[in-house]
Design a protein around this ligand. Structure first.
Ligand code: TRP
Length: 468
């Protein structure tokens, strides 16, 4: 059954873990998680999120890695091969196709936001926020920082410049290949990311707002929780672990046969969760120390934090470290968004890796223009009350990823035999953990994904007026 893989393999279990952790930890953990936790009242939200991560996302991650590792092929071909082995229609490859498309669409806007991060690294290094604090009247300071942000996104040329640099960085890594590109990049960036995170946590711990932040995050005020926040938690538990579009599957396909899928996935899920909590433990103490608002939404990182950076001691250093951390996190995620497409181009179109990287990189770069213009020259173009950027985000995060996750769960849970799954997970089909996983992947994961999916769809189409 097993042929020699045409792609390189990770050199060790650790390399896979770094790559998958690098994919998982991204803008989702550091930019998005703290603000949705903030908007949804903190503690109780975090509890619900943890339940979702371990009961829904973790089993789906095992399923994705399993498909990749079993076939050692890109998601499109992996799905086809696995389906044929299970005597199912080869058209399951469509699931791989949806992933390829979702990945490049997500990257097209992810790269633009990573570009903001890059521009904020430069702003921090050149002390933009500190200078504003020194030169602006106290009551106008916050508004001045806000203007920095609105000016950043209002200028298409600047956004284009930073988006281009970020896409170039991404292509550069991918073009070098699995071992000397991806593996080399993640093996230095991921440990570095943890070092930066630890430095920032120590700083946050020294702030007067630390206790208030702990209280905000770990005090379960269930009255703050509503149906919408539960669903937000579930949706995010998916996005943050890079599930539903084959990124983890393609990384699984480079995994040597002897490595335990369950162990490796557990480490990835835990690391990702720890980083989301840690990011909140960095952000909220700063927010509370300066009497700012935790529920500031997407502006939490690009407006609220700079307000704090501008006036605190070591603000240049702490601010720069923070945005560099965010940039590295985005970088190691970006490469995983393109890899399913790259692997397919290499397998089916006989392209060299560098050719595939240039092709996909340019395509993504071009598509990114839609997002760039959504913030400025096309900001008034909002069919259905959404900008084009909002639509791409909605289509990918709320439609394609849940459908991807759902069908992966159904496929592995119901169509692939126990013999194949237990063999790949290296356990007996009667093992209690195996049975638990099987239950979660057959029932809990599909059912909850369907509920979120329908709810979010109705919500967006405005059919839930007044609910939640
Ligand atoms: N998980 C990353 C984050 O939290 C983003 C990401 C990378 C992603 N690859 C993905 C999201 C694949 C969905 C699917 O920012």
């Amino acid at each position: 059954m097993k042929e020699t893989p045409i792609h390189q393999q990770w050199s060790s279990r650790l390399a896979f873990i770094f790559a998958a952790v690098g994919s998982a930890i991204g803008l989702g953990n550091i930019w998005k998680f703290p603000y949705i936790a903030g908007e949804n009242g903190g503690g109780a939200f975090i509890l619900v999120y943890l339940v979702c991560v371990f009961l829904i996302s973790f089993p789906v991650m095992i399923a994705e890695v399993l498909i990749g590792r079993r076939t050692h092929k890109s998601p499109v071909n992996a799905m086809e091969k696995m389906a044929l082995e299970a005597k199912q229609s080869p058209h399951w490859s469509l699931l791989g196709w949806m992933g390829v498309i979702a990945g490049f669409l997500i990257l097209s806007y992810y790269s633009v936001i990573a570009g903001w991060t890059l521009s904020y690294v430069l702003k921090s290094l050149t002390n933009t926020f500190g200078e504003l604090f020194a030169t602006t009247a106290t009551q106008d300071y916050a508004a001045a920082i806000e203007t920095v942000f609105s000016n950043t996104i209002a200028n298409p040329w600047m956004l284009l410049l930073f988006h281009s640099i970020f896409m170039f960085m991404t292509m550069l890594v991918i073009a070098q290949g699995v071992r000397s590109g991806l593996e080399k990049a993640v093996s230095s960036l991921v440990p570095l990311l943890f070092v930066l995170l630890i430095i920032l946590i120590f700083y946050a711990f020294s702030m007067p707002g630390w206790n208030q932040a702990i209280d905000f995050m770990f005090n379960f005020r269930f009255e703050d929780l509503n149906a919408a926040s539960v669903l937000e938690a579930m949706g995010h538990a998916f996005f943050t672990l890079s599930l539903g579009m084959g990124a983890i599957m393609v990384y699984g396909s480079y995994l040597p046969n002897k490595v335990s899928i369950t162990h490796a996935s557990f480490i990835v899920v835990s690391m990702d969760t720890i980083v989301s909590i840690a990011a909140s433990l960095i952000i909220f103490p700063l927010v509370f120390s300066y009497g700012l608002e935790p529920g500031a939404g997407p502006g939490l990182v690009f407006v609220t934090l700079p307000i704090a950076f501008g006036q605190m001691s070591f603000g240049i250093i702490i601010g720069s470290i923070f945005f560099i951390l965010l940039l590295f996190a985005a970088w190691t995620s970006a490469i995983s968004l393109l890899e399913p497409a790259i692997a397919w181009l290499i397998e089916n179109k006989n392209l060299k890796r560098y050719q595939a990287s240039i092709f996909m990189g340019l395509l993504t770069w071009l598509t990114g223009l839609l997002t760039i213009f959504s913030f400025n020259i096309w900001s008034g173009f909002t069919p259905g009350d959404k900008t084009i950027f909002d639509w791409i985000d909605f289509l990918t995060s709320n439609i394609m990823l849940p459908i991807g996750g759902l069908f992966i769960a159904i496929f592995v849970g119901w169509l692939v035999s126990n013999k194949v799954t237990s063999e790949e997970l290296n356990t007996s089909p009667n093992n209690i953990f195996y049975l638990l996983w099987k239950f979660l992947i057959r029932f809990l994961a599909p059912i909850t994904i369907i509920i979120i999916f329908i709810y979010k769809l109705l919500d967006t189409l405005g059919l839930l007026k007044g609910a939640a």
